[in-house]
Write a protein that binds this ligand. Structure first.
Ligand code: EPZ
Length: 416
């Protein structure tokens, strides 16, 4: 059994480097299926989710070599269009294969992704997009089957600016006949990164990063080399750790405009932020002022930073309000923080967080970002914290234990 043992840490200092973005890597690796020949993708983080996706795509016949953040993928031998497998069942982002395989081969099949700890997570908007493009959509015993002779461009309005649905529709539409317009599209930086890669391969996409994305279908895409963006959520997690514990740390490999909402909030709390071209220096000593957050689609405050920020608020003065508008059940970390003495009142999607002196305890990660929140709590708490179910954390944070140790964190991976 593997767990993280985290002990009181008084001060974090030094430099810490951010890896490539998990939520850009997953769609971009899948998008490589659309290109003839080989793509070489750089800055790919070595994460469980990425390695699971590599296995899923290899099972389709793609030839993949992934070492030292470089992933080479060749599509010449692809001969399967169904990812029905236990791996796909565990790996939500496997549903990006629907858009890519439908877009290139006119057929795709995978298991319906289940709900998870943070919500039901339906894919109705993805399927609405595929149908609008002319695909026949069949749901059969938890399996999605898509078929289309020829996809035709369409105007698609997203009832919610879903990141996944925006991505899946882009993947299906790049080689459809004519123009596709996605209205109320997601605006996350990972969408822009995907559009940049697809355009280098020969696609014609404009408006990525705005709420209107236009795609003019082309006949084929060619595999190309591309380097993905750094992970803004990983960067934000380390920024919040320094703010909560106290210290002076330079976080390297950060696109500052991608962490603007967090920078604004940390400044409201009295944390000193010094911005540079691709790094952020965070200086914090105790005496944090309180603030409120409300999670929103980009460019609002990211839901993926909500759990970590809630831990930070336990170290701040006054009572602070956290409202989670994106997912219906993303407070799994609250009960675990309460075990450590946190004073948090929850009412639906709102939580009021009061100042508390956290004490080490036995806790468990309930999802990826909740796990990160517990690491921060363990560093700020008095005594020793043991975190179970750390596979959640390893899905999204490359080398987090060694990276945090590098700035003075008292954290160990223990295998019993
Ligand atoms: C992506 O999930 C990210 N995952 C999530 O990060 C992130 O929290 C989320 O976007 C929001 O930013 C990846 O990129 C792999 P959505 P996704 O579709 O695409 C509802 C992490 O920690 N919805 O924007 O699933 C849905 O239920 C993960 O790295 C529908 O109703 O997010 C949710 O309430 C967690 N119907 C809301 O939209 C649909 O068809 C946002 O979901 C699709 C979504």
């Amino acid at each position: 059994m593997r767990k993280l043992v985290v002990k009181t840490t008084d001060y974090l200092e030094g430099n810490i480097s951010v890896s490539g973005a998990k939520n850009a890597a997953l769609p971009i690796i899948t998008a490589a299926l659309l290109g003839e020949g080989s793509s070489k993708l750089s800055g790919i983080p070595d994460l469980k989710d990425v390695n699971n996706l590599v296995s899923i795509l290899s099972n389709l016949g793609a030839e993949i070599n992934f070492t030292d953040s470089e992933l080479e993928l060749n599509t010449d031998e692809i001969n399967k269009y169904s990812t029905e497998s236990d791996l796909a069942r565990k790996m939500r982002a496997s549903y990006y294969t629907l858009g890519a395989l439908l877009g290139r081969y006119g057929q795709a099949c995978t298991v319906l992704p289940g709900g998870c700890e943070i919500g039901n997570r339906p894919i109705d908007l993805h399927l609405k997009g595929f149908s609008a493009l002319g695909a026949e959509v069949k749901l059969d015993h938890g399996v999605v089957k898509l078929e289309a002779d020829r996809l035709k461009g369409a105007n698609i309005y997203l009832d919610y600016p879903s990141v996944g649905a925006t991505i899946n529709i882009m993947l299906a539409a790049v080689m459809a006949d004519g123009e596709t317009v996605i209205e109320n599209a997601a605006r996350e930086p990972e969408i822009i990164d995907l559009a940049n890669y697809l355009n280098i391969m020969g696609a014609e996409i404009t408006g990525a990063g705005t709420d209107i994305i236009k795609i003019t279908g082309v006949n084929k895409l060619i595999g190309k080399d591309y380097t993905i963006i750094p992970d803004r959520i990983e960067a934000g997690t380390y920024m919040m750790a320094v703010a909560a514990v106290g210290g002076d740390v330079v976080i390297e490999n950060v696109l500052v405009e991608h962490v603007r909402p967090l920078i604004a909030k940390l400044k409201e709390m009295g944390v000193e932020i010094i911005e540079d071209i691709n790094q952020v220096r965070v200086k914090s000593n105790q005496g944090l002022k309180g603030t409120d957050i409300k999670t929103m689609p980009y460019p609002g405050f990211p839901t993926d930073m909500q759990a970590q920020f809630m831990t930070l608020l336990t170290q701040a003065s006054s009572e602070n309000l956290v409202i989670e508008t994106v997912f219906e059940r993303r407070f799994g970390h609250v009960d675990e923080l309460r075990r450590m003495g946190a004073k948090i009142k929850v009412d639906g999607r709102s939580a009021v967080v009061a100042q508390a002196n956290l004490e080490g305890a036995q806790v468990e990660a309930t999802d990826l970002r909740a796990g990160a929140a517990l690491i921060i709590a363990g560093l700020a708490a008095k005594g020793q914290t043991e975190i179970q179910n750390i596979y959640h954390i390893e899905r999204g944070y490359e080398d987090i234990t060694d990276k945090l140790k590098g700035i003075g964190a008292n954290i160990e991976l223990v295998v019993e």
